[in-house]
Design a protein around this ligand. Structure first.
Ligand SMILES: *Cc1c(COP(=O)(O)O)cnc(C)c1O
Length: 377
């Protein structure tokens, strides 16, 4: 247990600056070795308090729409702003053309519709299209952009019939938490199906899902793939990882509020799967807790659960070497990504504080109250 967590208000997301920097150093090294440009995919991690730091390492931000793009523009100064959405609206595009550097469209129809706005912007915007190579090794259906019937990206046959004048780049995003070996197989397919379009483009964006900062990731292979691609086609290559930027760089600190006897005793926490770590239910997965084991591994088994009225607000089953009691602190790991950006106030639950851990001290950078619940209703 990290000592500084003993007396903070819970629940709280705490981002570990040292660990974040370790990730950023790895990404910077890949950039330096290859010339690839790496963007923070803000949909995974939008803690803009840290954008000035992240901007020292990365080329910019990528966004899923107007608000993320604006956040990147406002808080990661002098860095590139990229935006892609499966469907832009007219009001959204009118604002985006004021500051976005790259806009990637999901369909020829959207490009046709907004090309006049882009050309009237009075500044150069590099426009691209998302392609769908109909190849993905992602097995979880809800995360597979190449599943049959997918709305994400243009199929090879349709691109064949598309007027590419004015288009400077292509983007594909078909990976999720995967290694460079998956990228290697994916690139083979992408090049077979779309290789003839790459020469003459300015850039190709390999999307996100590259787990570059996880232990055992083959950095050498990634670098060879990127360099080889750049050499073959003479284009700039972008990567836009979200997870990899803040992987294992944050915690969710929670307190035990009650122990409810059941077949397996249930510890009710002030943190909830449903409201504070929705991916636990959506993926689903069982997050790690510092000092805890799987059931039966240590002497005392507990189910950890949230305080909402949702019966399924269950975080998972664990074991501990001491009995849990009211007031105990529990620390969930890898809680920087896809948490703050996805949380909600269901049941009127308070949102966790957002804090940083630096030099052994926790500093709260944002706290929330009743107004944040009421304000969105
Ligand atoms: C989700 C997404 C990303 C980031 O994915 P990670 O798995 O967090 O690396 C990047 N680009 C696009 C288009 C995405 O949809």
């Amino acid at each position: 247990m990290i000592k500084a967590f003993n007396d903070i208000k819970t629940p709280a997301y705490v981002v570990d600056i040292e660990r974040l920097k370790i990730n950023l150093e790895v990404l910077k090294e890949v950039e330096d070795h290859t010339g690839v440009r790496i963007l923070l995919a803000q949909k995974a991690f939008s803690m803009y308090h840290l954008y000035p730091l992240i901007g020292q390492y990365l080329a910019g931000t990528s966004a899923s729409g107007l608000y993320e793009a604006r956040l990147g523009h406002e808080h990661m100064k002098d860095r590139e702003v990229h935006v892609y959405s499966p469907g832009f609206g007219e009001g959204e595009m009118m604002e985006l053309v004021g500051f976005a550097d790259h806009i990637t469209f999901n369909s020829p129809g959207q490009w046709d519709r907004f090309r006049p706005l882009v050309e009237k912007a009075g500044r150069h915007i590099s426009c691209g299209l998302r392609i769908n190579p109909e190849y993905s090794e992602v097995e979880t259906e809800i995360y597979n952009p190449c599943a049959p019937g997918s709305r994400l990206g243009i199929r090879p046959g349709q691109l064949e019939r598309t007027d590419l004048s004015g288009i400077e780049g292509l983007m594909f995003h078909v990976m999720c938490e995967q290694g460079a070996d998956v990228l290697e197989r994916t690139l083979k397919v992408v090049e077979e199906k779309f290789g003839k379009y790459f020469k003459g483009l300015k850039w190709v964006n390999f999307g996100g899902g590259h787990h570059i900062t996880r232990e055992g990731y083959d950095l050498g292979l990634l670098e060879r793939l990127v360099k080889g691609f750049m050499d073959r086609y003479g284009v700039e290559v972008y990567l836009e990882p979200g997870e990899a930027v803040a992987l294992n760089a944050g915690y969710l600190v929670a307190s035990v509020e009650d122990i409810v006897p059941a077949e397996r005793d249930v510890a009710i926490l002030d943190a909830s799967a449903a409201t504070h770590m929705p991916d636990v239910l959506e993926m689903p997965y069982r997050p790690q807790v510092i000092g805890a084991g799987v059931p039966g591994e240590k002497q005392y088994d507990y189910r950890l659960a949230g305080p909402t009225c949702l019966a399924g607000d269950i975080i998972g089953d664990y074991s501990f070497s001491e009995p849990l009691k009211v007031g105990d602190r529990l620390v969930f790991t890898d809680m920087a990504i896809y948490t703050m950006v996805k949380n909600n106030t269901f049941n009127g639950r308070p949102l966790p504080d957002i804090a940083v851990l630096e030099d052994g001290f926790v500093k709260v950078v944002k706290s929330f109250g009743y107004g944040d619940f009421k304000g969105r209703l």
